[in-house]
Design a protein around this ligand. Structure first.
Ligand code: ADP
Length: 331
């Protein structure tokens, strides 16, 4: 039988807090599926973390918290490599090299750059503008073909494709065409009624580590509306209630349908729906939370996984970076 070379996969999450349901459904579930069949490197992208306000004293702990979430959710170091981005300085070196072939004007137009500068008007920095170049380097460093990530990352992945194509045209075929893995959970809406669930928007999210009490409480505060006054001809397409139906459907289609029918009949009780949804989420998160508690007590083990994963990833990174430098005439 032919020995088939596995496709390369890379994805990363910033160390800006614990993982929430959006990160889990949009990125981690894809990672879990791909670790079974692909050659995967998953990263805690600490260098991206420092582009928005953060506390240096707690950064190391935040990095460990993401790694704990990864492992608790089911990433298995025997099936994938888990690295810390800054342990592999080749990410930065490749980012600099790639920055020399990409226009500044394109970076200024990207939605994440605009959003983040609006969110942190006093924290506008070169690193934030440079973010998509570093992200392209993260992906291309391992000659990645597939990225499990949420739909919000699509513009950055497009930048990665543009850079790869330009590099290949200027210096010879080097990087493959990268694609985002599309999934049903690629856009998990906020509990607040507008926008996506995000770590940087308080009230918008439920964390994988949240206790049942916290989940009930957050869900009870989730926005709804005044409710259907009579029979409805269709389900809402946008807004707070549409968001809750969407989240429900991502966890349990069957039970979601019961409440959707009640909505159409005009008999829905939102409080009841929110309690049931909280129960469903608690059930799904239970094993993750238990594993998480064990790992919290065993941080030395988590550090060892990160160190070993980073050393292995760095080995690959050095080979690919050398090829890039040779092609660019630097060695
Ligand atoms: P956040 O926006 O909460 O800070 P990150 O920017 O660190 O999250 O994103 C980490 C991963 O999680 C990315 O792949 C991103 O696309 C995914 N992700 C984040 N929020 C969501 C969401 N609400 N729905 C689906 N995927 C998401």
């Amino acid at each position: 039988m032919k020995n088939k070379i596995k496709q390369k996969v890379f994805s990363g999450i910033r160390a800006t807090g614990q993982l929430h349901l959006g990160n889990y459904l949009g990125a981690v579930k894809g990672m879990l599926a791909l670790q079974e069949t692909h050659d995967c490197i998953f990263s805690v992208v600490d260098l991206h973390t420092i582009t928005t306000p953060y506390d240096p004293d707690s950064l190391q702990n935040s990095i460990l918290e993401i790694a704990i979430d990864y492992l608790a959710a089911g990433l298995d170091p025997k099936k994938c490599k888990i690295e810390v981005q800054s342990f592999v300085p080749e990410h930065i070196e490749l980012a600099y090299l790639l920055s020399t072939i990409y226009p500044v004007s394109r970076l200024q137009q990207l939605p994440t750059y605009k959003d983040k500068t609006l969110q942190h008007p006093k924290y506008q920095n070169m690193g934030l503008l440079f973010y998509p170049i570093l992200m392209a380097a993260d992906i291309l460093l391992y000659k990645t073909e597939l990225v499990p990530a949420g739909v919000d990352q699509e513009p950055h992945i497009e930048v990665t494709r543009e850079i790869a194509r330009k590099f290949n045209a200027m210096f010879g075929e080097t990087f493959p065409e990268v694609k985002r893995m599309e999934t049903v959970g690629e856009y998990v809406p906020s509990l607040l009624g507008t926008g996506k669930m995000s770590k940087s928007v308080p009230g918008s999210y439920i964390n994988l580590a949240d206790s049942p009490d916290v989940i009930y409480e957050k869900m009870s505060k989730a926005k709804t509306d005044s409710g259907p006054q009579s029979k409805m001809s269709k389900l809402p397409e946008e807004g707070a209630v549409a968001n809750l139906f969407k989240i429900f459907g991502l966890f349990d289609v069957k039970r979601a349908k019961v409440f959707e029918s009640q909505y159409l009949e005009g008999s829905i009780k939102y409080m009841e729906m929110k309690e049931t949804l909280a129960e469903v989420i608690i059930e799904v998160l239970q094993p993750i939370r238990e594993k998480r508690n064990d790992l919290e007590r065993n941080k030395e083990y988590v550090k060892k996984i990160l160190l070993e994963g980073s050393i292995e990833a760095r080995h690959e990174a050095k080979i690919n970076l050398n090829e890039v430098k040779q092609k660019m005439g630097l060695i």
